[in-house]
Each structure stands twice: as structure tokens, then as C-alpha cells.
Design a protein around this ligand. Structure first.
Ligand code: NAP
Length: 297
């Protein structure tokens, strides 16, 4: 969003140059937030694409080479990969380095990474509430985080200066930053993001299970609400598998409440209780207005 007076970091290393990693790399380069931006991705094609697109100064699947000299390390891979990476990552982090992530679940980020992080490394997990249904380095764009929230979940005793630098980084990318407990993050995101994705995956799956002719009708008339669900249900399968595997309890809790509320609406339809439906829809319409007013539409 804005260039800072002097780069915040010397060498920023992004691990996983997909949608979010490449968007952050682009923003860091465009707004000169680091002297150099490098990336490590296990996919050689992704590294080559990042170099071709000019969004990093160096790229390689070699983690040790990319982390050499980095004072900021950003983990931007699906959360299910954290535990396997932790043991390789830990010994490569020097004291004073800031390690953060962008994963959609925060309690397991701490659980899977913290034991491998050496003393003196400032580990502050994060999650930008911004994204699209696309994946890979080509899908990213520097403006992705503009006007969006970024949640940081510093563990108790985190270094204030490291937290301030991360806040400055996200604000320079155009985000508004909120600091939160990881468990609270996971509960909030279960209802605002994880459940809606599960519903979209269910509806689109149900439609595609219908008979062949109905399927084509569904596509033909998808100009209405269904179209929005197909967009959400096109989101990355690996990322979303990992979200549900890692935020199991909070998702199951909101799913239970959602199922009860759905049953209440089902009952209102069955018994012809139009007033109940109207009252409910009026309440939800007001929530849409509040989202628009908060500029999160
Ligand atoms: P993505 O576009 O699929 O990119 C992830 C990249 O990381 C891929 O190139 C992948 O390579 C690579 N990778 C996976 N494991 C790796 C490892 N161990 N070492 C190095 N590279 C590895 O993913 P994304 O959508 O940017 O999501 C990244 C993170 O951001 C996830 O934790 C997600 O929860 C979070 N997030 C996503 C969104 C969203 O809307 N997409 C929004 C907010 C936060 P392969 O292709 O070989 O697997």
C-alpha cells in the first residue's frame, strides 16, 4: 500500500510461493519493505515461475540456501505441512530472526512449529484474512491485502520489537492488524471462513451428484446464488483439507450449531411459518449491510 521510509527487513524469505506467498513477495518488492525478497518452494516450476515473474530476487527448493542471511522468514505453505518442515527449518533459523506464517489455523501452527524453534528466534504466527480461489505464483497480486484484516497471534512473552515490525509490514501491505489469542482466532474463523467453505463444498458436491441432465441445468442456470458457491468450492483442495484436519474441534462445534439452525428453518418451511422466515432473513440482511459498512464486502 505504501513505501516505508527504509526497508523493514534486509532479506525476506518466503517459504511456499503460492497465492499468498507470491502476493506478499510482490507487495514486499513493490513497496520496498525488504532489501531483497527470496523464496523457497519444493516445486521447481513454482521457483522458476517466481523468477520469471520478477517477484523475487532468488528462488530455490534449497531451504538452507534461501534462508541464509534472512532476517524475516514467512511460512506460506498449507498448514498440514508444518510439522514435517519444522525439524528442517529449526536449525536454519539464527537468533534474532523473525519467523511468521500465513496459515489459516493458528493453534496447530504453534503446536507444530514452536518445539523446533531455537531460543532467540521471534516466532509470531499470523493470518491475512484475504485470498481468492486461485493457487500458485501466477495467481498472486500485491494489492491482495489492501483493506483486509491480518490477525497476529503472538505467544506469551513475544518480543515487542518483532511484533511491531510485523505489524508495520502488514500495514505497509495495506492491512489492518488485530492481535488475538490463537484459540479465539480458530473459533472466529471456523464460523466466518471454514464453515462457509464446507457448505459450498457440500452444495456443489450435492448438485454434481444429481442426474446427468440436472447437472447441465445447474450449470446453465448458475447465474444465481449457486454461482458464488461454485467459486468458493473451487478453492485449493489441499489447503482446505488441511484447514479441516487442523481446526477440527472449532469446525465441529459451529457445524453442530449450524445444523440446529438449519433444522429450525426447515421446520419453519414445513409448517408454513412465513413470519419466522421473514424475520430471520431481515436479520441476516442487516448483517450484510454491516459487512459492507465495514468495507469487507
Ligand atoms: P498455494 O497457492 O497452493 O501455494 C502453496 C505453495 O507451497 C505451493 O507451491 C506448494 O508446492 C508449496 N509447498 C507446499 N509444501 C511445501 C514445503 N514443505 N516446502 C516448500 N514449499 C511447499 O497455497 P496458498 O493458497 O498460497 O496458501 C498458503 C497458506 O496460506 C496456507 O497455509 C493457507 O491456509 C493460507 N491462506 C490461504 C488463503 C487463500 O485464500 N488461499 C488465505 C489466507 C491464508 P506444491 O504445489 O508442490 O504443493
Amino acid at each position: 500500500m505504501s513505501e516505508v521510509a527504509a526497508p523493514l527487513f534486509h532479506r525476506a524469505a518466503v517459504i511456499g510461493i503460492g497465492l499468498i506467498g507470491s502476493s506478499l513477495a510482490r507487495a514486499m518488492k513493490e513497496y520496498r519493505l525488504a532489501d531483497s525478497v527470496v523464496c523457497c518452494d519444493r516445486s521447481v516450476e513454482a521457483c522458476e515461475a517466481a523468477l520469471r515473474l520478477g517477484i523475487v530476487d532468488a528462488a530455490s527448493p534449497d531451504l538452507s540456501a534461501m534462508l541464509d542471511g534472512a532476517d524475516l522468514v514467512i511460512l506460506a505453505i498449507p498448514v498440514g505441512g508444518y510439522a514435517a518442515l519444522a525439524d528442517e527449518l529449526g536449525p536454519l533459523l539464527r537468533p534474532g530472526v523473525i519467523l511468521t506464517d500465513v496459515g489459516s489455523v493458528k493453534q496447530t501452527a504453534l503446536r507444530d512449529l514452536a518445539p523446533a524453534i531455537p531460543d532467540g528466534v521471534h516466532f509470531i504466527p499470523g493470518h491475512p484474512i484475504a485470498g481468492t480461489e486461485h493457487s500458485g505464483p501466477e495467481a498472486g497480486f500485491a494489492e491482495l491485502f489492501q483493506g483486509r484484516w491480518c490477525i497476529l497471534t503472538p505467544p506469551p512473552g513475544s518480543n515487542d520489537a518483532a511484533l511491531a515490525k510485523l505489524i508495520a509490514l502488514w500495514e505497509a501491505c495495506g492491512s489492518k492488524v488485530e492481535v488475538m489469542e490463537p484459540a479465539h482466532h480458530d473459533q472466529v474463523l471456523a464460523i466466518t471462513s471454514h464453515l462457509p467453505h464446507l457448505i459450498a463444498y457440500t452444495i456443489v458436491g450435492t448438485a454434481s451428484d444429481l442426474e446427468e441432465h440436472t447437472k447441465s441445468e445447474v450449470i446453465k442456470f448458475s447465474a444465481s446464488g449457486f454461482r458464488d458457491f461454485t467459486r468458493i468450492a473451487a478453492s485449493d483442495p489441499i489447503m482446505w483439507r488441511d484447514v479441516f484436519m487442523n481446526n477440527k474441534e472449532a469446525v465441529l462445534e459451529v457445524l453442530q450449531r449450524f445444523t440446529e439452525d438449519l433444522t429450525a428453518l426447515q421446520r419453519a418451511i414445513r409448517w408454513g411459518e412465513g413470519e419466522k422466515l421473514e424475520a430471520h432473513f431481515t436479520k441476516t440482511r442487516a448483517i450484510r449491510r454491516a459487512v459492507i459498512d465495514a468495507k469487507q464486502a
